[in-house]
Design a protein. Structure first.
Length: 528
């Protein structure tokens, strides 16, 4: 809190009474005066509460070093031995013999006795008597093993003997601090301390494998006598596992099955062979060894490449056959030969690229071999295809690139074209209702027709019609497209002619999917 507000008199009551002795004192000025006095008193009491307890003593934790005068403040700087020709600041602490002093005046030391006489140092504590007392204090040495009978000689004896523990047994804890034990030999038993060299060289917990490919044994030093939960051991394999249930026997203990980290059985070859360094962790609950680094990796979740590139591997060439058999490793293969096929033998989920080294026919099949555009492909040397097995032996060609750069599926082209024109200038008086119903073929006046014959039901017929008109006044106009005699219109457009002599152009475009290869007649009707 800041300093209390100083009381400042608000009103000159003496002057008021002198001027108007018969009038009462003004109440508003009296209230203002008391309020000013109350403010100052309240702030004084609030400040006083910060330093005084209810029992009138100074409040706890209210005085610190900053509040003490320099001649009475206690130094907190670490004490050092006094040195001559040294700059000392107020508050510095020094020892001279067994006496602790505090610097009272900043100075550069000369002779300690001279500086002390000049009141540059204040004696804080004299430890001379304490030291002498410790030297002569006696204690009970009946259980200590020491010959000394006082503290000083006991400490001297400990220093001389340096706690010779040879042949003894430690029963307590030795706090080493930053110290260390040196000259440690290699441990040979489980209760021994291991030398750093043993850990650094990987001697502890590492051994060469013995036994057979599927019944592995090993000998460790120190000898392992139990398999606790989570025990980690290193082992260098001598050969690849030929079964899915290889076992591992440690130092003559029970042979345990080796499985993957998630408990799934190994695949043949998960132990790659001679020189494969295995990392094994013991699973006590299931009494089995978990192989943490199998030769083949099986993902249990989505793979995050962390911004890196996942490379593809070139596999062995595959001879063309029907079906084409996708075996071996790798995800890029050359297909040799000219035998066509309409199916593949492949595991589900496999993504791969095939380069064709010759001409053969890939036959489209909606399930077994789904090709772009649903059409067969005749390969040429250098063609590439990207394939994905959506299921076992169910393959989809997601991309196919021809070596000559041509498209696999030809782009759309115009098969045939027809044109019809209405040249007469005829006044149209057919009136229709412009509402939310589909125009009917009987509602307007037919102005032109055009015929076309699709060559395939996969063709698309595109119709574009334009119509221009004028009127002697405001008029709603429209055109509608029909096919053959079908009543509902395929499409329609509406326009508005404004005023006498006004004109409007209507444009109608429509794409029609024919369901037949017979001749179609498209009809354009106009209405107003």
């Amino acid at each position: 809190m800041t300093q209390p507000t100083a009381y400042d008199r608000q009103y000159d009551f003496q002057a008021f009474q002198t001027a108007t002795p018969s009038d009462p004192l003004p109440a508003a000025q009296i209230a203002a005066e008391y309020n000013a006095i109350k403010l100052t008193i309240d702030e004084l009491l609030a400040n006083l509460a910060l330093i005084q307890r209810d029992d009138t003593a100074i409040i706890n934790n209210s005085i610190g070093f900053d509040q003490l005068k320099s001649e009475v403040s206690t130094g907190v700087n670490p004490a050092t031995g006094w040195l001559t020709s040294t700059a000392y600041a107020i508050g510095d602490m020094v020892f001279d013999t067994l006496k602790l002093y505090r610097c009272l005046i900043s100075h550069t030391s000369g002779t300690f006795a001279t500086d002390l006489t000049a009141v540059k140092w204040l004696l804080v504590e004299d430890f001379t008597a304490t030291a002498n007392s410790a030297a002569t204090t006696t204690y009970d040495n009946s259980t200590s093993g020491l010959a000394a009978v006082n503290v000083k000689t006991a400490l001297d004896e400990i220093v001389v003997e340096k706690l010779n523990l040879t042949g003894g047994t430690m029963s307590g804890v030795i706090a080493m601090g930053t110290s260390k034990i040196t000259g440690v030999g290699n441990g040979t038993a489980l209760q021994d301390v291991a030398a750093i060299s043993q850990l650094q060289n990987g001697i502890v917990g590492w051994a060469d494998g013995a036994g057979t490919a599927d019944a592995i044994t090993s000998t460790y030093s120190p000898t392992i006598t139990a398999e606790p939960e989570g025990m980690l051991l290193g082992l260098r394999a001598a050969s690849a596992n030929a079964t899915t249930t290889p076992t591992f026997k440690v130092d003559g203990l029970t042979a345990r099955t080796i499985v993957r980290e998630n408990g799934v059985a190994l695949a043949v070859g998960d132990i790659a062979g001679d020189g494969h360094d295995l990392l094994l962790r013991y699973d006590l609950a299931n009494t089995q060894w978990l192989l943490l680094n199998p030769a083949t990796i099986k993902l249990s979740a989505a793979l995050d490449p962390n911004g890196k590139v996942i490379g593809w591997a070139k596999g062995a060439d595959i001879a063309s056959a029907s079906p084409l058999v996708m075996t071996g490793t790798g995800n890029y293969h050359d297909v040799t030969g000219t035998t066509g096929f309409a199916a593949m033998t492949v595991a589900a989920g496999r993504l791969f690229v095939l380069q064709f080294d010759g001409a053969l026919t890939l036959t489209h099949h909606a399930t077994n071999l789904n090709l772009p555009g649903g059409a067969n492909i005749t390969t040429a040397t250098g063609d590439h295809g990207v394939f994905y097995a959506t299921g076992v032996n169910t393959v989809h060609c997601v991309q196919y690139t021809k070596a000559d750069g041509t498209a696999v599926v030809a782009a759309a082209s115009i098969v045939s074209r027809n044109y019809s024109e209405y040249t007469a200038v005829t006044g149209l008086t057919t009136a229709i209702v412009f509402d939310d119903t589909i125009p009917d073929i009987a509602e307007g006046t037919e102005v032109l027709t055009a015929t076309i014959t699709p060559s395939s039901t996969s063709n698309r017929v595109r119709i574009r019609a334009t119509a221009a008109g004028s009127a002697s006044g405001n008029l709603d106009v429209g055109i509608a497209l029909f096919v053959d005699a079908t009543a509902p219109a395929l499409a329609a457009r509406r326009g508005k002619i404004l005023g006498a002599g006004g004109t409007d152009n209507l444009v109608l475009e429509h794409e029609y999917a024919p369901s037949t290869t017979s001749t179609l007649t498209f009809r354009l009707e106009s209405r107003s």
